[in-house]
Design a protein around this ligand. Sequence first.
Ligand SMILES: *[C@@H]1O[C@H](CO)[C@@H](O)[C@H](O)[C@H]1NC(C)=O
Ligand SMILES: *[C@@H]1O[C@H](CO)[C@@H](O)[C@H](O)[C@H]1NC(C)=O
Ligand SMILES: *[C@@H]1O[C@H](CO)[C@@H](O)[C@H](O)[C@H]1NC(C)=O
Ligand SMILES: [Cu+2]
Length: 723
Amino acid sequence: METISCFRLSVILSIALFIFARPWYTPSKPGLLGCTKSTPWCTSKNRRTQLGSVLETQVSQPKNLPTDTPLHPLDPLTIPEIKKVRAILSAYAPFSWTFPTIHSLSLDEPDKSRVLEWIKGDPLPPRRASVIALLNGQTHVLTVDLDLGLVISHDNNPGSGYPTLSMDDISVALQVTLSNEEVNKSIMARGVAYSDLSCITPSAGWYGPNEEGKRIIKVQCYSSQGTPNFYMRPIEGLTVTVDIDKREVVKISNTDRGIPVPKATNTDYQYMAQDKPMEMEPLNPISIEQPNGQSFRVEDGHMVKWANWVFHIKPDQRAGMIISRAMVRDSVTGELRSVMYKGFASELFVPYMDIDESWYFKTYMDAGEFGLGVTAMPLVHLNDCPRYSYYMDGLFVAADGKPFVQSNMICIFERYAGDIGWRHSELPVNSFEIRESRPKVTLVARMAASVGNYDYIFDWEFQTDGLISVKVGLSGMLMVKGTPYENVYQVPISKEISGSLVSENVIGVVHDHFITFHIDMDIDGPNNSFVEVNLVKEETLPGESPRKSYLKAKRHVAMMEEDARIKLKLYDPSEFHLVNPSRRSRLGNPAGYKVVPSGTAASLLDLNDPPQIRSAFTNNQIWVTPYNRTEQWAGGLLVYQSKGEDTLAVWSERNRPIENTDIVLWYTLGFHHIPCQEDFPVMPTVSSSFALKPVNFFESNPILRSKPNFKKDLPVCRPASSS
Ligand SMILES: *[C@@H]1O[C@H](CO)[C@@H](O)[C@H](O)[C@H]1NC(C)=O
Ligand SMILES: *[C@@H]1O[C@H](CO)[C@@H](O)[C@H](O)[C@H]1NC(C)=O
Ligand SMILES: *[C@@H]1O[C@H](CO)[C@@H](O)[C@H](O)[C@H]1NC(C)=O
Ligand SMILES: [Cu+2]
């Protein structure tokens, strides 16, 4: 009994399990708070009188109701399709005795050539599902053809790793731990009541042969007594290793028994729990207004059309959010031009820098081990996403092969943050005066994954000038370590702690975050080249110039994969261009995009450290590989406990030609995180982004003819105290 209630409190990840059954969150209808031009809007009286009239139809957004019919070759599997796959698998001979547990079941995307030649109205290419299942400890990777009703390919144990954990795996790990008598005793000895227990399930990484041949997971517990933020109250040093398939505890490590469980004081971060006044003068309500509704449309469930952009977007259980077929309209010819075939977060790597028994294994690969889509909870309307957002549900598959809905996991909205698109004004020294400026409005597709304690906010932002910005924000809770010390003065000089004291008895352990993106650019077609434009210092000859030195841009076209393994260098800088050599501008420049790096923290771990071998895709910030439809996941298809034999680094070692052919760019956003007190009890968001920026793609500034704001077009919203 106790165990059950304790589960509910504890398992952050397993919340996703219940979403299907209890969709507890529905956003309020955007139309309710709508505002017309020059109309007071802040009183509830006004809101009500406007409701139901023009406004609601004008502004309110239909939700993306999952349809039963896919309309685009890249559309995710529908509910009937998932059911059909399940039926096909049930009838499949190897599974006729026992249905396997499903760890991944999603669309097997058709070949790129089929997708590229498809136009709306054509029949869809054959619908196929890619399935990763486990049965008796064996991994099965299958392709199911829905039209034929057959399994058309079947691989057994194709790698050293295991598939992404299912929610059932996590429940099993917790159940096994909490029903273990020795664990019970150890927890009692720490003075934590069972009813106050909250446990998490860190992945085990891979640390040598004695961890092979079985799926293992770690379990660590916290006290949630007096706080929902149990993450700040670790029971330090108690780590249980569980064999998931055998459902047994294989090891209990119980060290650091003297370390107290940190207090609950000041750990609750919820608005309702704050009993002190705000630390500053409060801000007035703020929101942007779009009196004529938003400017984007979502067609056929997944096609987004906005300004000069068109793209396909879909939720994905592992990657979170996938953007495909991104195309931009040419500012001169009106032609819809291909920019990116597919972009998504391929893998994360989050190593913690503490080698204690309870910490060394914390070297997460969140996409492949846990999944970014399945951990993306419903977004919070008006706070995660502004008014006038469009919400999209994910349709995923549980361990039993049945579909479930991950509601409101993506939002799409237009952003106006008061920024400037372009401007110029003239000094009044000439006879004429110019004050010319354009507001910058962008389109954002957002998702936020809560992988246990951490929150990763993913934004794909599209600009009318052709730039795409890919941003990751980090928030949520630190993974902290208990310590006997209450302040830094108590730490003996001979002892070093593995991070910073962020509260009494709480260390925020130093760690890194690396998010590696798969960016399949197809600039005006699949055949592109990667060009490094290196800035080199040139020195003048004596007497040649009053100057001693200047910079020159030197272009090198990468011929092979090894030419495109890039480590960023501050004092030997380069730009990194992707160009289509056969598509030239009026002036003969190849149409291109450059990747603009940022978030440039690099992994400093030893290349032979097991976690770094598994996450060798972080050995460089940029890689370019030739397109290969099976090379999607930078850490490998089967990441859990993998030894790293299927990573981007291994693929790149083949050193294939990459010039003027279909290529994929990989970019890693990196963060070093040395925690500080402000990160307690919940971290203010830290973000970084990289951009994909047009370079000689357009003939000239593509937003020259964009419209300025005029006062008459804009709504005036003010408190209606006078009405
Ligand atoms: C833990 O141990 C205590 C004392 O032996 C016992 O009363 C309690 O039922 C146990 N709880 C569980 C969940 O095993
Ligand atoms: C595609 O990638 C897979 C996995 O890396 C590899 O086995 C296969 O040989 C590659 N195909 C080609 C044509 O390079
Ligand atoms: C792209 O290049 C390949 C050779 O790498 C060639 O076979 C193919 O025809 C080219 N495709 C296009 C669309 O130009
Ligand atoms: Cu961090």
